[in-house]
Write a protein that binds this ligand. Structure first.
Ligand code: SF4
Length: 307
């Protein structure tokens, strides 16, 4: 039986950090997030993969805080520097209201961006919204550094898992995201997600209704890590849809890391696409090289994605 929200928050093990802090008493762990839901932006978003954005947009809810510390994070204003975004704190009930507003606005889905450190808050909000009649698919859009036990506890609430597979290189995960165990944890996470929702299922209009879609951001100078990730995904299932992203740009503290202090070259990206094809990963979403600016949000603006 699922433990109550209070039990989960009194000794936080929401994610693999297992900090054990009492978030109800105002203690914070690695993610620096308390007992409320810090929301940085809510709106229709058209920059996701076509089955997620569809024609009317994905109903994105961007949360502040994060359980990773990626030195290149393009959302650093809200993931690491709460004060720079216009972050407000909501209750599960208020978040359910927002989900219903997005449904009325025509969203194809409810897209929970950076949910890992808020997994039980979100489970409560989803249950409330469903009881009120919300029918949209729920997208769990995470960095892949999730707790398998927590995912099992919320089984049945998520329709579409959209996790990253960032690294299978321990040194890179430790040095660039402060998560030396990421490579050990993420295979089990993807396995659990696939067990819950299965392969990606689209409706007649091509919008995702259910299933797993994995993202991989190609980092400059880390092509062997990308190849390892693709080999893993091909071994997982060749039919698995994979989004191979070229949008990396050196944000936040990337300037302190010479190897990643540049954009990805076209040659690097093409070599990774070729690798995916050689491995039989033909169900892949790709991006234009040089399109970084299109995807760079600025959370100090009312609409972070509108220049
Ligand atoms: S969610 Fe935050 S407090 Fe809880 S275990 Fe993860 S990093 Fe620690």
């Amino acid at each position: 039986m699922r433990r109550s929200f209070s039990e989960e928050m009194a000794c936080c093990r929401c994610c693999p950090r297992e900090c054990g802090v009492n978030r109800l008493r105002g203690e914070t762990g690695f993610c620096r997030t308390g007992s409320g839901i810090p929301v940085a932006h809510i709106g229709l978003h058209f920059g996701e993969e076509p089955p997620i954005s569809g024609s009317r947009g994905s109903g994105t809810i961007f949360f502040a805080g994060c359980n990773l510390r990626c030195v290149f994070c393009q959302n650093h204003q809200i993931s690491q520097e709460f004060q720079r975004g216009s972050v407000r704190t909501l209750s599960p009930r208020e978040l359910a209201d927002e989900m219903q507003r997005l449904e009325k606005a025509g969203a194809h889905n409810i897209n929970l961006v950076s949910p890992s450190h808020l997994i039980f808050h979100l489970a409560d909000a989803i249950s409330i919204a469903r009881n009120r009649g919300l029918t949209l698919p729920i997208v769990y859009n995470s960095n892949g550094y999730d707790s398998v036990a927590a995912l099992r506890e919320i089984r049945g609430l998520i329709d579409i898992f959209l996790p990253d597979l960032k690294y299978l290189d321990e040194d890179a995960a430790r040095g660039l995201s402060a998560a030396g165990d990421y490579a050990r944890i993420v295979p089990g996470v993807l396995g659990e997600m696939f067990a819950q929702v299965g392969p990606l299922v689209l409706d007649e209009a091509g919008s995702a209704r259910r299933g797993l879609l994995v993202r991989h951001l190609v980092l400059p100078g880390h092509l062997e890590n990308s190849r390892s990730c693709l080999r893993f995904l091909a071994g997982f299932s060749r039919d698995l849809p994979v989004s191979i992203m070229s949008q990396y740009s050196p944000q936040f503290r990337a300037g302190d890391y010479p190897r990643i202090n540049r954009t990805l070259s076209e040659e690097e990206y093409e070599s990774i696409i070729d690798c995916a094809l050689e491995l039989g990963l033909e169900n892949a979403f790709v991006q234009e090289c040089g399109s970084q600016q299109e995807y760079l949000p600025d959370f100090s603006r009312t609409d972070p994605f509108q220049a």
